[in-house]
Design a protein. Structure first.
Length: 365
């Protein structure tokens, strides 16, 4: 049979069973596609690639599919989606059956069974994932966590997606895009496709990102806090109005302003000791990390060390103290502990105006 002829080149480096779980749907799809390109000959995908809905079958059907030989590809690829939706008894049967799929010594595997979760929010679903994870590891399989990457990993992902689209993106543009839209793979892919067209097929620059990329509510909040740090009252009020019009809760704004001034406080402390630079933040000793707040964690902001230095230099210690008191006072009014927050919008507008004024730190909200 042609399937048997292919088994000698059956990608032994890819395990028999792979469990992919996590919240990033786009990253899951990328991992599946990578396996498909590696194992399945596209012209024989009708025979050698199979998708199964875990909500509609039992363990017997999944295990039977995982034991069929490939027709003409290197391996047969079986992808089971929503595997956590199997009934508990079926999950146990599947976990037991998985352990029997490992090839005997000296044999290359003929199939790759990929179990993909869809929803892990409930305790029941999390327990199902743990059961399957233990079984996959027991048979020498692989467990992949599809979580949105952070910092340097996210920048690398942006460049990789751009390259796959035939595009090139500048380093500062990649960082700005992450800052604007986050690290969800689906969102990044959509934005990069749009930016590739906007840049006319050329190199995507920070200017392109600023002009054409969508922004999440989280980005708009950061844009607000950055404008306040620059004392740009006009920009800060414009972003505030945009946030409130989009449905952002007024209660979400003040904590972010407090976070911003905490960050400037820490940055100023580092600057005065000569350690507010990219290299120092990247190589910060663990004992020092334990002494500073984890939110914001300045050790993860090495890429914007120069901006932190500028913000720290623009405030005196007295100004920082007074502005933090303004934010604290507004927070108490917003929560009804102090009087004066009948109009939450007016309260926030007044706070923004006073935070952006060099002399306003002496005023009370």
């Amino acid at each position: 049979m042609r399937g048997k002829e292919k088994r000698s080149d059956a990608s032994p480096d890819v395990p028999v069973v792979v469990l992919i779980h996590g919240a990033d749907h786009g990253l899951k799809m990328r991992r599946i596609e990578e396996l498909r390109r590696s194992l399945v000959d596209e012209q024989y995908s009708t025979f050698d690639y199979q998708e199964i809905d875990g909500r509609a079958v039992g363990a017997a059907e999944i295990l039977a599919a995982a034991q069929m030989l490939p027709f003409a590809s290197r391996r047969r690829l079986v992808v089971v989606r929503s595997v956590e939706k199997l009934r508990p008894a079926e999950q146990q049967r599947l976990a037991s059956g998985i352990k029997e799929l490992a090839p005997r010594q000296g044999q290359n595997p003929a199939v790759c069974l990929v179990l993909v979760t869809d929803d892990e929010e409930s305790e029941k679903q999390q327990a199902a994932v743990k059961t399957l994870e233990a079984a996959v590891k027991a048979c020498g399989g692989s467990v992949i966590s599809a979580k949105a990457p952070k910092s340097a990993g996210a920048t690398q992902l942006v460049r990789q997606i751009a390259a796959e689209l035939g595009a090139e993106i500048a380093a500062d543009a990649a960082e700005m895009l992450i800052h604007k839209v986050g690290t969800e793979t689906d969102v990044l892919t959509t934005e990069l496709e749009k930016l590739h067209s906007y840049a006319g097929g050329g190199r995507i620059t920070a200017k392109h990102v600023e002009e054409a990329a969508s922004s999440s509510p989280e980005y708009d909040i950061f844009a607000l806090t950055d404008a306040v740090s620059r004392r740009d009252r006009t920009s800060a009020l414009r972003v505030l109005h945009s946030l409130l019009a989009s449905g952002t809760s007024p209660y979400a704004v003040i904590p972010m302003l407090a976070r911003q001034f905490r960050m400037i406080w820490i940055a100023k402390l580092f600057a005065e000791r000569g350690v507010l630079n990219e290299q120092s933040l990247k190589s910060m000793p663990q004992e020092l990390k334990k002494l500073i707040p984890q939110d914001p964690d300045i050790s993860k902001m090495s890429w914007r060390a120069h901006l932190l230095a500028e913000e720290a230099a623009s405030f005196t210690w007295e100004e920082l103290e007074k502005k933090m008191k303004l934010v604290f006072d507004a927070d108490l009014r917003m929560k009804g502990i102090l009087e004066g927050a009948e109009d939450q919008r007016a309260l926030l507008e007044t706070l923004i105006v006073r935070l952006c004024s060099r002399s306003a730190a002496k005023s009370r909200v």
